[in-house]
Design a protein around this ligand. Structure first.
Ligand code: SIN
Length: 309
């Protein structure tokens, strides 16, 4: 490492924001050309904290795209509106005529065969009050499950679908032929219910209320019960961090290890954000992989006091 690079890395501060999830990063200008050493620090912070936040990033769309590309290839979302002229930038805009609908726990684009590694969201216009986003640690949620539930769900596989987007397309007048073409282009993937993170080796709950339809190969009633139980884990505050946006705040989250929920409490006010989404790999479950992080958390006893075994 050159001394110039070392100096750059030395100025980065990573401040923990809750027990296991969320860190505020300072000392990085996302609009600058980042050194490999800085990108490595941010990547490690993302792996450790699942979502990292930045304030006061008055960056251009090109700089936003360039930052995302340091972590992988970016996708073009086939259903959600993009920013005109920038197909890889999702325009997440809500106002009196279009209330927010991202208020359900999910990991981005799990209806893809290769879902997302991570998403980088920049807030462009924040309401004075409300519009926070919550993030939940899916490693901690998995670790907090009773052993008998972990034993049951390890190795199971679930089907995912873009059902909400399909309904939106139908509402906007898409024909049966158009829907059939989307169905053929984006066939339902089957992903592990518990995913082994490809970089940390840790196990995370990888079903979500947004896109998962059913667990394959088990009784439908048990599938519903297990999915309900797994979805409920994201709702425990002990696994969460809540982020209050300001204009030019940026959140970069790891879709492989956390889920998020955008609180839709600001209607009829305006909230505008822009997101780039980094393509990930094919999810897998590998029980033999040795995790690189500890799996014990101080709040686990508190979870157990909610009456579960
Ligand atoms: C999303 O679900 O990606 C949007 C999150 C947000 O708007 O805070």
């Amino acid at each position: 490492m050159t001394s110039a690079t070392a100096n750059i890395v030395d100025t980065i501060e990573v401040r923990q924001m809750s027990a296991t999830i969320g860190a505020m990063i300072s000392g990085v200008d996302l609009g600058a050309e980042l050194s490999d050493a800085t990108v490595a620090v941010l990547r490690q912070a993302l792996l450790d904290w699942k979502v990292i936040f930045f304030r006061d990033q008055d960056i251009t769309t090109e700089q936003h795209l360039a930052f995302g590309r340091r972590f992988g290839e970016l996708e073009v979302h086939p259903f959600a509106p993009g920013k005109p002229g920038y197909p890889e930038v999702l325009a997440i805009s809500h106002d009196a005529d279009g209330p927010g609908y991202e208020n359900l726990w999910h990991s981005d684009v799990t209806w893809r065969l290769q879902p997302s590694l991570g998403s980088v969201l920049r807030n462009v216009e924040s309401p004075d009050v409300g519009g926070d986003t919550l993030f939940a640690d899916m490693y901690a949620a998995y670790d907090g499950l009773p052993q008998r539930v972990r034993d049951r769900v390890d190795g199971l596989v679930a089907r995912h679908d873009f059902a909400g987007f399909r309904r939106g397309l139908q509402r906007r007048g898409a024909t049966d032929e158009e829907i059939a073409e989307f169905n053929a282009t984006y066939p339902n993937p089957e992903h592990p219910v518990i995913r082994t993170h490809p970089e940390t080796g840790r196990k995370a709950i990888y079903v979500n209320a947004g896109f998962t339809q059913e667990i394959i190969g088990i009784d439908p009633e048990e599938s519903r019960e297990l999915l309900d139980l797994l979805y409920r884990q994201a709702a425990f505050p002990e696994y969460q961090v809540r982020f209050r946006w300001e204009n030019n705040s940026v959140a970069f989250w790891d879709n492989r290890s956390c889920q998020h929920y955008a609180v839709s409490d600001y209607w009829p006010n305006v909230r505008k954000a822009e997101r780039v989404t980094i393509i990930g790999d094919t999810p897998y479950f590998d029980d033999s992989k040795t995790p690189t992080e500890p799996t014990e958390y101080p709040f686990r006893g508190a979870i157990l006091r909610h009456g579960r075994d």
